[in-house]
Design a protein around this ligand. Structure first.
Ligand code: FMN
Length: 189
């Protein structure tokens, strides 16, 4: 595995097994800086079921790729200098584990590192309807410092396609990361 080179921003991107893995793919395409990628096994299967993308192609969008079982990877440690993490999409299973402090794979461990080190953690859940447990887990995670950014596209930019709706959500993630973009037309522009 290649180590992160000197770079302004290092981001861990995790794609987990929720519907809407295309959000994670578009994020990888648009996100600037060094990217380390973890795609869970369920997400890989959903990627091939929901899109025409192949796992290898998506992995090619990142600078480093880790398997979810690689708990000895650099991003599993707080001493490794990554600055932020986005879980996009985030399954309710992964969200629940992060909210409860369970670090049983590289996704949940890297997220736990973000929380304990005070680094930015953005989770993009995609589920509906939401059970009380799911709502409680999101509240717990938000109170612990994560940004809960549901995959919930706005309609005020008048999307013309599924791609426009995907780009709205990805643009909201980039807003949270402070990266300028033109993925959707802002209200008032
Ligand atoms: C086709 C398919 C679609 C799924 N969609 C969702 C979803 O939208 N949201 C969700 O929270 N879980 C969804 N799941 C369930 C998760 O994949 C499951 O909880 C899994 O254990 C998540 O594992 P991971 O978070 O490690 O990827 C889906 C599962 C399948 C097979």
């Amino acid at each position: 595995m290649r180590q992160f080179l000197l770079s302004p921003v290092r981001t861990v991107v995790a794609i987990t097994g929720a519907s809407g893995v295309i959000y994670g793919v578009r994020l990888l395409e648009e996100l600037e800086g060094e990217k380390a990628l973890i795609i869970t096994e369920t997400a890989k299967r959903i990627l091939e079921a929901e899109t025409d993308h192949r796992v290898a192609q998506v992995e090619g969008l990142a600078d480093e790729v880790y398997h979810e079982d690689e708990l000895f990877a650099p991003v599993a440690s707080g001493s490794h200098r990554f600055e932020r993490m986005v879980i996009c999409p985030c399954s309710e299973s992964t969200l629940a584990k992060v909210a409860l402090g369970i670090s049983d794979n590289l996704v949940t461990r890297a997220a736990a590192v973000c929380l304990k080190e005070g680094r930015r953690l953005i989770v993009v859940p995609r589920e509906t309807p939401l059970s009380p447990a799911m709502l409680r887990n999101s509240l717990r995670l938000a109170e612990d410092g994560a940004v809960i950014l549901p995959a919930s596209p706005g309609f005020y930019p008048r999307p013309q396609s599924v791609e426009d709706m995907v780009d709205f959500v990805v643009g909201k993630v980039l807003d949270q990361l402070g990266q300028p973009h033109e993925l959707f037309r802002r209200w008032g522009d």
